[in-house]
Design a protein around this ligand. Structure first.
Ligand code: FES
Ligand code: FES
Length: 160
């Protein structure tokens, strides 16, 4: 079967790959590009573990075709930190123990980033709503929500 040639940008890097027409973006990231930080939970759009940001929109990579990344800008968890410097959300998740097994964590962080990018001053309800598509079986959500609210407050302080 012939493959589709895709030219895209992933985590700021111009990227090309070949994929099957039916191959999901999640499988392309993990199997073709070795970007295994993006996790597969359900494979059906229900858990958010595979969350990525495509052209500033939060997307479930398991529901997107690899071919649909053509000409787009994709951000995965690998692009959240800069070298050894963690994104403030990553740092805060560690400080506040907002993770346990970590399977949901990459998707949770990406969803939290997407939320704060479009709403730097979210209420607790808005944070819970923004993360409603991301399931965690370990933490009970409160530490995650507190971590996101803390980062939002700190970022508002530094931009004053
Ligand atoms: S693996 Fe994509 S939403 Fe669960
Ligand atoms: S930390 Fe285990 S599923 Fe969220």
């Amino acid at each position: 079967m012939s493959k589709t040639h895709v030219t895209t940008t992933i985590n700021g890097e111009p990227t090309e790959y070949l994929c099957e027409a039916s191959q999901s973006m999640l499988d392309v990231l993990r199997d073709e590009l070795d970007l295994t930080g993006t996790k597969e939970g359900c494979g059906s759009g229900d858990c958010g573990a595979c969350s990525i940001i495509v052209d500033d929109r939060l997307v479930c990579a398991c529901l997107m075709l690899g071919a649909e990344a053509e000409g787009r800008r994709v951000l995965t968890i690998e692009g959240m930190s800069h070298g050894d410097k963690l994104h403030p959300l990553q740092q805060k998740f560690i400080e506040m123990a907002a993770l346990q097994c970590g399977v949901c964590t990459p998707g949770m962080l990406i969803a939290a980033k997407a939320l704060l990018d479009r709403n730097p001053n979210p209420s607790e309800t808005e944070v819970r709503f923004g993360l409603a598509g991301n399931l965690c079986r370990c933490t009970g959500y409160d530490k995650i929500v507190r971590a996101v609210l803390d980062v939002a407050a700190e970022q508002r302080e530094t931009t004053r």
